[in-house]
Design a protein around this ligand. Sequence first.
Ligand SMILES: C[S@@+](CC[C@H](N)C(=O)[O-])C[C@H]1O[C@@H](n2cnc3c(N)ncnc32)[C@H](O)[C@@H]1O
Length: 238
Amino acid sequence: MSDQQNPQPEKEGVYLRQIRSFVKREGRLTKGQARAIEANWPSMGLSVDNGMLDFSQVFGRQAPVVLEIGFGMGKSLVEMAAAEPDKDFIGIEVHRPGIGACLADAEAAGLKNLRVFEHDAVEVLAQCIPDASLARMQLYFPDPWHKARHHKRRIVQPEFAQKVRQKLAIGGVWHMATDWENYAEHMLEVMSQAKGYNNQSVSQDYVPRPDFRPLTKFEQRGHRLGHGVWDLMFERIA
Ligand SMILES: C[S@@+](CC[C@H](N)C(=O)[O-])C[C@H]1O[C@@H](n2cnc3c(N)ncnc32)[C@H](O)[C@@H]1O
């Protein structure tokens, strides 16, 4: 990654471009994904251009809302939305084939409680999610950015932890999981120092995988490679 893609401040505090947690891959859509987007975007797609959401208008009811960042192909998100019909789910992903795959599965499952954004989650949070509105935030297997010089691209950072806290309701939980030990340690360090959160782990580090989180594709791959998996759950207390 060159410094052109990771610009330094032009003058103090002013960045030409924000450091992003992803590199947009030009994946090709399968025919099925393209069809799923065309057929389901009108009912399930959300756009940042429409600004701040009113959840009761979006879902036509009042229910706890769960937000997932970087759902990949959406398999586990669809499974979770099907398993918890009393909650409403919003997924955010920048990878278009993932959007298509998720919408195809959601359509097949007949889901009414799922909506998706195709956009950078940092901007969606700021522009579309009301403060203190989320029952749960999910971040599963975020890009680990292995090299030390890329660690600044990791989405879990002190500033981001506060942006998420602002959107969680009091008592709302941020659940994250990773199969990269160094990222797990980084998450734990950031979150342990973040104000306004309580670690739900009795040992003040990691929690067992909760039943509501299915195994994801990345996790299964991690298992095959002999990696461990670390789950963290932090509750907003202030
Ligand atoms: C390693 S994949 C994991 C996917 C999925 N959660 C799973 O466990 O299979 C990380 C995903 O996060 C997405 N992503 C990274 N940064 C993002 C951002 N700022 N906004 C939305 N999606 C993002 C990437 O496009 C990628 O699909």
